[in-house]
Design a protein around this ligand. Structure first.
Ligand code: MG
Length: 161
């Protein structure tokens, strides 16, 4: 049995009039995230971290935004699909750690629900999913509220080396 680590990053632009999907939940806010799918940048970064740990490419190669199949898709479905691809290779997610960087809205009260939903999508206990949020201290495109950025690290375990 061995462990591999993967890193993921995602960013999405805020747009008015779309529900804000983040970490598998909908957060009440004036803006949502642009994107072909539901725009859930946390789940996208997590999927990239999982795929990276398994050296299976990236989210864009498996779920291309040119494919109508993934239009408006619930990103939890992409997460479940990534876990299935890992399982085909004898691998399973072990732990995920996420940092979201955004100016607004404040996410602290939503973190427990996001951890719960994300852990569910990955088939992990909630204790194995960490989600943290911080601002960019008003600097740059994140500071201006144009969008948000997400970093994720995942560990994956398996017998297949
Ligand atoms: Mg994305």
């Amino acid at each position: 049995m061995n462990t591999r680590a993967g890193i993921g990053y995602d960013s999405h632009r805020f747009v008015a009039g779309r529900p804000l999907h983040l970490g598998g939940v909908v957060i009440p806010w004036t803006h949502g995230l642009a994107g072909h799918s539901d725009g859930d940048a946390i789940l996208h970064a997590v999927v990239d971290a999982l795929l990276g740990a398994a050296a299976l490419g990236d989210i864009g190669s498996h779920f291309p935004d040119t494919d109508p199949q993934w239009k408006g898709v619930d990103s939890a479905k992409l997460a479940r699909e990534a876990v299935r691809m890992l399982a085909e290779r004898g691998l399973a997610p072990d732990h995920v750690d996420v940092t979201v960087i955004l100016e607004r809205p404040r996410l602290s009260s939503h973190i427990p629900a996001m951890r719960e939903a994300t852990s569910k999508a990955l088939g992990l206990p909630v204790e194995a999913v960490s989600i943290k949020a911080k601002t960019n201290e008003g600097m740059g495109w994140i500071g201006r509220g144009e969008g948000l950025g997400v970093f994720a690290v995942a560990t994956v375990r398996g017998a297949s080396g």
